[in-house]
Design a protein around this ligand. Structure first.
Ligand SMILES: [Zn+2]
Length: 158
């Protein structure tokens, strides 16, 4: 029982992949909470966006690395970011997504800074880790991606 309650109180933000901290003001609609913050709600992950490209690129690079290096294969977020951006040059740029512009008329005042591609790649890694598809390590130890700072090494779970 207590374990069920506990896991029900642990949520991962659908955008940034960080753990959402339970707040009293959310007590009534906790089940409906999906994002940790307003910027994350505004920057929700769209299909076929740079964000999902980062996810698939990370998985593809790790799958490829595993065939060469075995279980020890790892990449950094920055490598995946670079690969994804190189590939993306051939496609239409994601930054000028007209949908984003159309969606928020009149509330530019609270519009947040667009998330940097570096952070978006880290968010992709955190989302994958939250789903159990990859592990995030630093100095060879698995870390909690919600709190990891600095270079994140990404691995497939063994
Ligand atoms: Zn978030």
């Amino acid at each position: 029982m207590s374990q069920v309650t506990r896991s029900a109180l642990q949520k991962i933000c659908a955008t940034c992949g960080r753990q959402i901290t339970w707040r009293k003001k959310w007590a009534k609609n906790w089940d409906a909470i999906t994002y940790c913050s307003d910027p994350c709600r505004k920057n929700k992950i769209r299909p076929n966006s740079l964000d999902t490209t980062f996810e698939s690129k990370i998985l593809a690079l790790l799958a490829h690395g595993r065939t060469i290096h075995g279980l020890a294969a790892s990449i950094t977020c920055e490598e995946a970011e670079q690969e994804a951006l190189d590939n993306n040059k051939n496609d239409k740029p994601d930054e000028e997504d007209p949908e984003t512009v159309r969606e928020s008329p009149g509330d530019t005042r609270i519009d947040s800074q667009p998330t940097s591609t570096r952070e978006r790649c880290r968010q992709a890694a955190r989302r994958l880790a939250a789903r159990g598809e990859i592990l995030i390590t630093q100095n060879g130890k698995v870390v909690d991606p919600s709190f990891a700072k600095g270079v994140m090494e990404l691995k497939l779970p063994s």
